[in-house]
Design a protein around this ligand. Structure first.
Ligand SMILES: Cc1cc2nc3c(=O)[nH]c(=O)nc-3n(C[C@H](O)[C@H](O)[C@H](O)COP(=O)(O)O)c2cc1C
Length: 409
């Protein structure tokens, strides 16, 4: 059965393709959001787009990029520019990955996460699959050719039933996933007022959080897949462990170490927690406030990055997500100490606009922007991006130049 919004989506999409397709409507990532807003039913659009409480953090995630400006260097040879880099030893075409996020099928009912994974991996990019996906761990791996060569990662939450968390992780490893995100910012879900106002309660049928099917007919499966009055996020929340500690990360890391699978802690916003993550054995961290969907009033991710980068001091890679929409945002994040950035909401909107093809096109736009930004900044490879390429707005007047003119070259 098609979800309720399917007919509306197809009608609007038809109108768009009659005139022009998304290639003639979308010239940047925000354009996909504008178009998706016209296509999707209001409650679904707002579920995807909204933040918590007053949405301060959601808005700041985006606007805070303007607190930093780029410092272009000229007369640099950039004829052989490349955005390629490697993440945990695996080559990617640019330092941008798909942030793990649940329920892709809400925007692409036929293919769900299988459409997104193809778009990202065909573009040579890393893909993060959420535990709350609408296609299973195994289906997503099977959706791409030679998954062993592709950069698939799985994201798990720490559940009260730790056995289930580990089962999901082991399933992912068996299916060929190369690394694990453990999301640590969601012991409880933030209050998304838009969903309450819209009565967006429960995962619209026929969608299910399919990964729990394999777990068995446990209370978990019943709770996650139930269609009760409470929003499904509230249902899922009951299963999340609130009495967590860094010991949980140590335990998971111990298991992953044996299998040589990297563990990245997702949802770090302060230097103290970055240090704790390193002590617990994390191989990397993601500076993230869950795209403004958790604690409203938390800092923008890009604002939190400098203090965290100072603390980490190169010991482990730092990734960042939240509000990344432009090639220049990617460049700023890298100059401030990140080695990769994730994108979340934009791929949902692209999926709604045109499925796999639209996600691929969106990634093409972003890569073109990144390449142009690097080129005009005088940078021809990712490893040449340095903190000197970025500054805060207020610090420009007091910037001191290095003593030796030689170091300018
Ligand atoms: C609809 C939606 C579902 C999400 N689901 C998850 C999830 O299951 N696990 C997780 O760690 N993060 C989840 N996130 C957060 C993203 O991984 C990411 O942190 C965030 O979207 C990045 O910000 P951006 O949307 O501004 O790019 C979700 C985000 C959205 C928009």
């Amino acid at each position: 059965m098609s979800p309720p919004h399917a007919s509306k989506k197809h009608k609007v999409l038809k109108k768009i393709s009659d005139k022009n397709d998304f290639r003639h409507k979308c010239y940047n990532l925000d354009d996909f959001q504008k178009l998706a807003k016209k296509i999707l039913p209001k409650d679904l659009y707002e579920y995807l787009a909204s933040g918590t409480d007053d949405e301060q953090t959601l808005l700041m995630n985006r606007s805070a990029f303007q607190s930093f400006y780029l410092r272009p260097r000229v007369m640099k040879p950039v004829g052989n520019i490349s955005t390629a880099t490697s993440l945990f030893g695996r080559q990617v075409s640019m330092p941008v990955y798909c942030s793990p996020a649940g329920v892709h099928a809400l925007c692409e009912p036929k293919e769900g996460e299988c459409a997104t994974v193809r778009a990202f991996t065909n573009a040579g990019l890393m893909f993060g699959l959420s535990q709350h996906s609408t296609r299973s761990i195994e289906q997503v791996a099977a959706a791409i050719s030679s998954p062993a060569d592709k950069n698939l990662w799985f994201q798990a939450y720490i559940l009260k039933d730790r056995g289930t968390t580990m089962k999901l992780i082991h399933r992912a490893i068996k299916a060929g996933y190369k690394g694990m995100f453990i999301t640590v910012d969601s012991v409880r879900f933030g209050y998304r007022e838009a969903d309450a106002r819209n009565g967006f309660n429960g995962l619209p049928k026929p969608h299910r959080l399919v990964n729990y099917d394999e777990v068995g007919k446990s209370t978990l499966e019943q709770t996650y897949n139930s269609h009760k009055e409470a929003a499904w996020d509230q249902n899922t929340e009951q299963m999340f462990e609130q009495n967590v500690s860094w010991k949980d990360i140590e335990v998971i890391k111990k298991e992953l170490r044996k299998l040589d699978i990297p563990l990245v802690v997702k949802g770090i916003m302060v230097a103290e927690d970055a240090e704790c993550a390193i002590l617990a054995g994390a191989d990397g961290i993601v500076v993230s406030n869950h795209g403004g969907r958790q604690l409203d009033g938390a800092q923008a991710s890009i604002e939190a990055l400098p203090e965290i980068a100072r603390q980490v001091a190169g010991r482990i890679p730092i990734w960042l997500d939240g509000g990344v929409r432009r090639g220049t945002d990617v460049l700023k994040a890298l100059a401030l100490g990140a080695s990769a950035v994730g994108i979340g909401k934009p791929f949902f909107f692209a999926l709604a606009v045109g499925g796999e093809e639209a996600v691929a096109y969106m990634l093409h736009l972003l890569q073109t922007e990144l390449e142009a930004a690097m080129c005009i900044c005088g940078i021809d490879k990712i490893s040449d991006i340095t903190p000197h390429h970025v500054a805060r707005l207020e610090s420009s007047a007091s910037r001191m130049l290095p003593n030796s003119a030689r170091s300018f070259l």
